[in-house]
Ligand binder design. Structure first.
Ligand SMILES: [Fe+2]
Length: 277
């Protein structure tokens, strides 16, 4: 059995409701609510904060800087680090600004040092489509270890995968071990990214992509207005289903370097020893 707060894998069967913490606003969580958030995050790598007060949601999102540290740069971010996620104004090379399906990925995979913590605030959900999708890197790792006994560590080689978008590129391991903790950096060829696995890991990378495409491994849900998804970018991959033509969907993305005081109590990555759910 995994310890109560130990990171563990999940699949489509996980109860999203159990990951939701109701709070008055991000800026004024009680100690008990913060503990609930940490327990949910540490267990599966994500939590959803359901905010009752939504009138100053942008400022409220920025209040997370006090907890999570410095916002990380992004080519489309405003001066506060917030990236608008809306199909209203498509920008070439950025799926977040389109209606297309956004395949599962970790953010910042084009950089050598991606952000550890991602947050996404729902301003206006789509009435159809536009579902958020999450999947567990730990479940994928354990699956690959079973499928390729003795070979999984090839994916930890420093040149296992090269990912390129516009002028950003990074050659990197997919999985990285440090101090008994494993992390994932991942992107699929999705129309805007060029992804080239090293020839000897092509089959494992293809299997990893198939794992993340399989419905049984994907947790899908619709964020409600005022919800803020918080996820470990090193242990959870995220994406979004397509947004039908004509339907608005507005989100705000704000990612952090995880240097804030709350992060000292947060688990990042996952243990490589087998755990049970
Ligand atoms: Fe993303």
């Amino acid at each position: 059995m995994a310890a109560p707060d130990q990171r563990r894998p999940f699949g489509a069967e996980l109860s999203v409701a159990a990951q939701i913490v109701r709070v008055p606003a991000l800026c004024c969580m009680s100690v008990a609510q913060e503990h609930q958030m940490l327990a949910a995050f540490n267990r599966y790598g994500f939590a959803i904060l359901r905010c009752a007060e939504r009138s100053r949601s942008r400022q409220d999102l920025l209040s997370l800087r006090r907890r999570f540290g410095t916002p990380v740069p992004h080519p489309r971010a405003d001066r506060d680090g917030i990236v608008p996620i809306s199909p209203a104004e498509p920008v070439a090379g950025f799926l977040g600004s389109t209606r297309a399906e956004h395949l599962l990925h970790t953010d910042g995979a084009f950089r050598d040092r991606p952000e550890a913590l991602i947050t996404l605030q729902c301003v206006r959900p789509a009435t159809r489509g536009g579902l958020s999708v999450l999947a567990s890197a730990q479940a994928a790792y354990e699956y690959l270890a079973r499928q390729f006994p003795g070979r999984k560590d090839a994916l930890t080689e420093p040149d296992a995968l090269t990912i390129t978008r516009t002028d950003q590129t990074s050659t990197q391991p997919l999985f990285r071990h440090r101090d008994g903790v494993c992390t994932l950096k991942f992107r699929m060829a999705d129309g805007v990214s060029r992804v080239v696995p090293r020839p000897d890991v092509r089959d494992q990378y293809a299997e990893l992509c198939r794992f993340f495409a399989a419905p049984a491994n994907r947790l899908s849900f619709r964020l409600a207005t005022g919800d803020v998804l918080i996820a470990d970018n090193t242990a959870v991959v995220h994406g979004r289903t397509a947004v039908p033509a004509g339907l608005p969907r507005v989100m705000r993305r704000l990612n952090f370097d995880a240097t804030g005081p709350t992060c000292r109590h947060m688990t990042f990555g996952f243990p490589t020893s087998p755990t049970s759910t």
